[in-house]
Design a protein around this ligand. Sequence first.
Ligand SMILES: *Cc1c(COP(=O)(O)O)cnc(C)c1O
Length: 401
Amino acid sequence: MMYQEIEQAERDLLHTYNRFPVVFDHGEGVHLYDTEGKEYLDFCAGIAVFALGYGVKEYNDALKDQVDKLIHTSNYFYNEPAIRAAALVKKYTGMDRVFFTNSGGESVEGAIKAARKYAYTRDGHTDHEIIAMEHSFHGRTMGALSVTGNVHYREPFEPLIGNIKFAEYNDLDSVKAQVTEKTCAIIMETVQGEGGIFPAAPEFIQGLRKLCDEKDILLILDEIQCGMGRTGTMYAYEQYGIKPDILATAKALGCGVPVGAFAMTERVAEKSLTAGDHGSTYGGNPLACRAVCSVFELMEQKQVLENVNRVGSYLEQKLSELVKEYAFVSGQRGLGLMRGLVFECPVSGILQKTLQKGLVLINAGTNVLRFVPPLVISEKDVDDMMVILRSALDEWSGEQG
Ligand SMILES: *Cc1c(COP(=O)(O)O)cnc(C)c1O
């Protein structure tokens, strides 16, 4: 049955992914089940999306209630879930004004437009530059792709948006070397995700903040993957004692309902997007925003941040053991429940093994196993994961000869 479904999908869908040969059917807690009933422990969470775990009654009930009430209205009118969700996004991001989108990529698009408009209002020029980071990932739409630091993702689609310069992540001097009088913004992930799980060095991000303040450059933080509690604070920047001017969020914001947002300080908003500058048909619709409200409420109720801090350091400790045990595992890094285990070799073969053994994991770059589980996992789930991972590593290394 499963193979027939996969064959059909491969005939019908555009082949933009090399998918794992599994059809997932339903989820419960931190487990997924395929159409044959096989159980998988999920340390991927739909790429850092399903933070609360599967089958959470309060969340499901909120969505069902909203489906029966009102799914969509358009942004020509107000709706109650969006009003509540905007207040919550403001509270937790520390920003002053919010625009709802449908994805991470769109949140980055909006952040770029907001920064350019701010600079345009300030000095009337249209030739502003943005500095982005090597090894960054900001999404697949044309604007987000333009600031993504991976030449293989960008090249086939050039020309992209102009006046983008790339600097080395965690190297303040390399950013300073790219600053000109035309620079309007610096965009970076507080913790690089796809690029291999690299947290920002405190002196780097603090140095950027100072540089931006001195030159009236806007600091855009992409917390699409590392935000929403993943690193142990609601947004990762809180751990660095700085604040961005514009923040992009998505992924776990709706825990699976497609929704994102970009938000900014009042100082930026005053000179940035106004009526007619930006819009979205779906963005901020009642269903998506009801999900946002429910996610923030449940994160408080379930004391998710405490869990991330406790289980995150347990996971760190356990992954460190593997660095000592296996010669081909060279290190581990990350924050909270966003961690990478670094290998001397590509990890694709290991991912096949873990999946066969009932553990869902993904990579971050070629050599890094990425751990972005639901934020509600327990130490016991980490122990269960470790048993499967060790068995996969042993079997895989045995086959390498
Ligand atoms: C996933 C991701 C994006 C893109 O989000 P989409 O919803 O896939 O468009 C952008 N930035 C970061 C850091 C991400 O992890």
